[in-house]
Design a protein around this ligand. Sequence first.
Ligand code: HEC
Length: 107
Amino acid sequence: MVLSFPKSLMPWSLCLLLAGCADQHDYDALSGEQLFNQICADCHRQSGKGSFLEGIPANAGTRLDREQLIELITEGSSEHKKMPVISQLDRQQAGRVADYLKTVLNR
Ligand code: HEC
């Protein structure tokens, strides 16, 4: 009985592990546009125009370059302290978001 207990936990931990992997993989499979709409649009809106009432500036039209955007997203910036670090994105994923922002929304 006692010995079989840990075994019964196995499917659970396996499931958690797999779910963790799937999450990470999901972000890898998403385009810059999808990542923007899932994560950034919460605050900045899908248009990237922000929300004046909530104190969120537009990010469409930003003068930051690609590298600065990646830094802002993954590490934060002393010039934009009110923007949280988006810790779920790695540099590569942040780069795709930056490209989307600079090409599609930055018109
Ligand atoms: C929780 C809300 C929130 C989320 C989510 C968020 N931002 Fe921001 N963002 C802000 C706020 C607030 C500021 C203003 C920061 C400041 O000036 O101190 C800001 C500022 C910015 C700026 C600077 C705008 C300028 O003047 O050049 C850019 C660019 C930006 N965000 C891009 C993004 C991107 C890309 C994402 C998604 C990866 C994102 N943000 C997600 C709240 C958010």
